[in-house]
Design a protein around this ligand. Structure first.
Ligand SMILES: NC(=O)c1ccc[n+]([C@@H]2O[C@H](COP(=O)([O-])OP(=O)(O)OC[C@H]3O[C@@H](n4cnc5c(N)ncnc54)[C@H](O)[C@@H]3O)[C@@H](O)[C@H]2O)c1
Length: 328
């Protein structure tokens, strides 16, 4: 449900590539969009008719609509007794997010949140190194993603420059900390297996949107570790040659782990030297669908990001963003 950008570059190619999964049908309310999408991704049905979509017959639904539509999509799926993989952020506010999660739980239906970063071989390797104590006790995480969201200005189909619709649309979901920051908040909770117990925020408005577009979150975990998340949608948003930054630093008593997306290099440095980890993108759509398919087949959902994970990350990101707006 939702035949937009992330469905096109992430979900549909992964569903088609993973053994045992098929893209059975596509729904999008924008007239003609699902039909074109279905044709491009070799699916037998693409429709803007909700009843025709659910009549197609399938075992699970991916929700890749904008955050404001997730709850209604989930309610429709639950009515048809279908498990759901829902994109993040799960909803536009806490009340809606809780409704979404409790709706699936009370219907006793599986709900997976699309925290796709967890499934990258890079993130799995980092978790293994942390759990094995390879850098001693972890004391600090520094997770940075500064980019310009494809640029604030872009030419349209006629070559006329104007404000990039992608920029406007993405800022409406709550800005960078809510939109992308939830991935980092989820990674920190998952890597450390420790809940966030205190949080604070600092923010800047580089472009003039309601939500801050460059945000720093400071999170203290129950186990004493500190996480800093820096997220920007306005880093180089008007420059000709943007140079985005994406990195993970994990700082321990006995070493450091660093991942730099510009080179896909993951390395662990300790008293013995340098160990190089898998070279991969920060996202793992294929791995995520392998895990989701296995979970659905075996009914073992222990390796799957839960509704509660979605609630926690969305709550932290939204409350920090709201606090920054109130203080502006
Ligand atoms: N995990 C990731 O890597 C990642 C990347 C980008 C976006 N996202 C998330 O995925 C979601 C979609 O983002 P996008 O960039 O693809 O947006 P998009 O605007 O490109 O696509 C959204 C699609 O949903 C459709 N839609 C609108 N209302 C709908 C409804 N009620 N039911 C079904 N479809 C509906 C729209 O017509 C559009 O085609 C957002 O929540 C976004 O935050 C995740």
């Amino acid at each position: 449900m939702g035949a937009g950008s992330v469905a096109d570059f992430g979900h549909a190619p992964a569903i088609r590539a993973v053994d045992g999964l098929e893209l059975a049908a596509v729904y999008d309310p924008t007239p003609g969009k699902a039909a074109t999408f279905a044709k491009n991704h070799s699916s037998p049905l693409g429709t803007d008719d909700l009843a025709a979509f659910f009549a197609a017959g399938f075992d699970a639904v991916t929700i890749a609509s904008p955050a404001g539509a997730h709850l209604q999509n989930v309610v429709d799926c639950a009515r048809h007794r279908l498990p759901v993989l829902c994109e993040k952020p799960i909803a536009m506010d806490d009340a809606e997010a809780v409704k979404l999660v409790t709706h699936m739980a009370s219907a006793d239906l599986p709900l997976m949140i699309g925290f796709v970063y967890r499934f990258s071989p890079v993130a799995s390797q980092i978790r293994d190194w942390i759990v094995e104590g390879k850098i001693g006790e972890v004391r600090s995480l520094r997770l940075i993603y500064d980019w310009g969201l494809h640029g604030r200005y872009a030419p349209n189909a006629a070559g006329i420059w104007g404000e990039n619709p992608v920029w406007q649309g993405r800022m409406q979901e709550g800005g960078p900390m809510v939109d992308c920051g939830v991935h980092f908040i989820d990674l920190a909770r998952w890597w450390l297996d420790s809940e966030v117990v205190r949080q604070s925020v600092a923010a800047a408005w580089v472009a003039d949107y309601e939500a801050p577009d460059h945000v720093y979150a400071h999170l203290d975990h129950a186990n004493g570790v500190h996480t800093m998340v820096e997220m920007s949608f306005s880093y180089g948003h008007t420059v000709r040659e943007p140079a985005p930054q994406f990195s993970y630093d994990i700082i321990g008593t006995g070493g450091t782990i660093r991942y730099d997306r510009s080179t896909w290099r993951l390395e662990l440095r300790d008293g013995d030297g340098v160990v190089v980890g898998p070279s991969a993108s920060e996202k793992g759509f294929h791995e995520m669908y392998r895990a989701w398919g296995n979970a659905l087949r075996t009914s073992d959902f222990s390796e799957i990001p839960t509704g509660e994970d979605g609630l926690r990350a969305t709550h932290i990101a939204r409350s920090l963003t709201n606090e920054a707006i109130a203080r502006r």
